[in-house]
Design a protein around this ligand. Structure first.
Ligand code: NAD
Length: 506
């Protein structure tokens, strides 16, 4: 718990204007421009943020380039580089309460949930330090007694990292940790709607005393600062997490400079509950999976498919649970659902309730208490009697709204689950173990859970299929993106070399 004295000092700190972090220094945008950062609980201003433009991106990329080409980062002993990575993890742990608080204040995510995300953030650094030490290995190929060919991994260069607002600190560190641990330098463009924890991350990394230019942060609009990063010729990699349409724009805009792009995009993931499932556990997982993180979660199980035999009982239980979810102040530890990120997103999510009614579904939603009227609150909602071809079943709403459908048998539900453009995650609940595996194999998504909620094993690949992403991050899979593999061919005997021009002379 944060003491009231500490809370006061944290609040004071958030009033400070936020700067960019370039070449080891906190600095304002060259243009002097700023944008307002708003509190989703009150819709009052928290502070002003320096608004980076393309000249700030140029400055940050130049610093990162210099640090990559001439700095000690990529050539220093691995143990030394990894000491920095472990130090960042330790410094994050020292600031857990502060970061969790700022994240809740800035995003509206309940503080009990931001605390967990911050612990995952320090683990991201420790995990990647261990991975680089143990798994960043090459292969060797013997060719008879003539050659030994082997591969090595080299850092690629300057990594441009572009992140969303929905779990900002965790997602930023999920990219920064492998990028830095493998020896790249970084320019981070955080989401403009959630800059507080990215600023704190810059403070933490500054304290860790990394060589200048290795890590840089430029706040700013996606279409301006983000776009400049995407198009910059000295940036080799773009790791992006965000909306599918933005991902597609970024791929187009990075084509002229031939960047390698990793895309973690939107989702509309199915949760399939068969009649023989463990009812109570499936219910718990379903409710948590859609209403945690205010429903602003890429892997949320936003489409529920219930087998006909349990439909009525499951919906009755859902209605009770959903009506009891505690909606409130994100800084209150007992809050389960907080306000949505901003007015615009609130409008979009509310709009889907109207669409749901127009599409002929039954919308079960609650009232928001008067004392929460200033915030961007949408009550946890169920959309019943939906059809799979409706907009509420096909489009990512990204709020606390669950669309419920039914199915007869395995064959039908697989068809329904796959009849969508997204393929990020899927959840299957059944006590028939063979069926669990079978369905998981057939649902077209990057990540499936059988009889489980979304529990991540950091060693495994993370990413989606279809419109939910390109490539896999996580585990050693991230090395394919953050490193360049080189093959070295070494002759160990005098193999035959053609002697052109030797014997055919005039
Ligand atoms: P968004 O696409 O609007 O923005 C993401 C980031 O991209 C922001 O930093 C933004 O400033 C930047 N950006 C916007 N336009 C840009 C452009 N033209 N060039 C470069 N950068 C640009 O996404 P959002 O609203 O912040 O986040 C919500 C979305 O993220 C949802 O669709 C969600 O599913 C997705 N998401 C996916 C994952 C995953 O791992 N697959 C994880 C979290 C969130």
């Amino acid at each position: 718990m944060v003491s009231s004295q500490k809370l006061a000092s944290l609040i004071h700190e958030t009033q400070k204007n936020i700067s960019l972090y370039i070449n080891g220094e906190f600095t304002t945008a060259l243009s002097g421009m700023t944008f307002k950062n708003m509190n989703p609980f009150t819709n009052e201003q928290i502070n002003e943020v320096s608004e980076g433009q393309s000249d700030d991106i140029n400055k940050a990329v130049a610093a990162a380039r210099e640090a990559f080409d001439h700095g000690p980062w990529k050539t220093m002993k691995l143990t030394k580089r990894l000491e920095y990575i472990y130090r960042i993890a330790d410094l994050i742990d020292e600031e857990i309460e502060k970061i969790a608080y700022l994240e809740a204040l800035d995003t509206g995510l309940p503080i009990s949930q931001t605390r967990k995300m911050v612990s995952r953030a320090s683990e991201n650094f420790r995990f990647y330090a261990r991975m680089v030490e143990n798994r960043l290995v090459g292969d060797a190929y013997q060719v008879d007694d003539e050659f030994i060919n082997y591969t090595i991994h080299a850092p690629v260069g300057v990594a441009g990292l572009i992140t969303p607002w929905n779990a900002p600190f965790m997602l930023e560190t999920w990219k920064i940790a492998p990028a830095l641990a493998t020896g790249n330098t970084v320019v981070l463009k955080p989401a403009e709607l959630s800059p507080l924890s990215a600023n704190l991350l810059a403070e933490v990394i500054h304290k860790a005393d990394l060589p200048k230019g290795v890590f840089n942060v430029v706040h700013g609009r996606g279409e301006i600062a983000g776009d400049a990063l995407v198009k910059h010729p000295d940036v080799q990699l773009i790791s992006f997490t965000g909306e599918t349409t933005t991902g597609s724009t970024i791929i187009k805009n990075s084509a002229d400079t031939l960047k390698s792009c990793s895309m973690e995009l939107g989702g509309k993931s199915p949760i399939i509950v068969f009649e023989d499932a463990d009812f109570d556990r499936a219910l718990d997982a379903c409710v948590w999976g859609i209403y945690s993180f205010n429903g602003e979660r890429c892997t949320a199980n936003s489409r529920l498919f219930l087998q006909e035999g349990i439909k009525d009982r499951f919906i009755d239980a859902l209605r009770i649970r959903v009506a009891n979810i505690k909606v409130g102040d994100p800084l209150d530890v007992s809050t389960e659902v907080g306000p949505l990120i901003d007015k615009e997103h609130y409008g979009k999510v509310k709009g889907y309730l109207e669409i749901a009614k127009e599409e002929g579904t039954e919308v079960i939603t609650g009232d928001i208490p008067h004392e929460l009227a200033k915030g961007n609150f949408v009550a946890p909602t169920l959309i019943l009697n939906a059809k799979n071809n409706m907009r509420v079943s096909q489009e990512e709403i990204f709020g606390p709204i669950l669309t419920v459908m039914t199915f007869k048998d395995e064959e039908e539900v697989i068809k329904l689950a796959n009849d969508i453009k997204y393929g990020l995650a899927g959840y299957v609940w059944t006590n028939d173990i063979k069926r669990g595996h079978r369905v998981a194999h057939k649902v077209d998504a990057g990540m499936l859970w059988v009889n489980a909620q979304n529990v991540r094993d950091l060693r495994t690949p993370f990413g989606g299929s279809k419109s939910s992403g390109i490539g896999r991050e996580g585990g050693h899979y991230g090395f394919d993106f953050y490193t360049e593999q080189k093959i070295i061919h070494v002759s160990i005997a005098d193999h035959h070399i053609q002697q052109f021009g030797k014997n055919s002379g005039r």
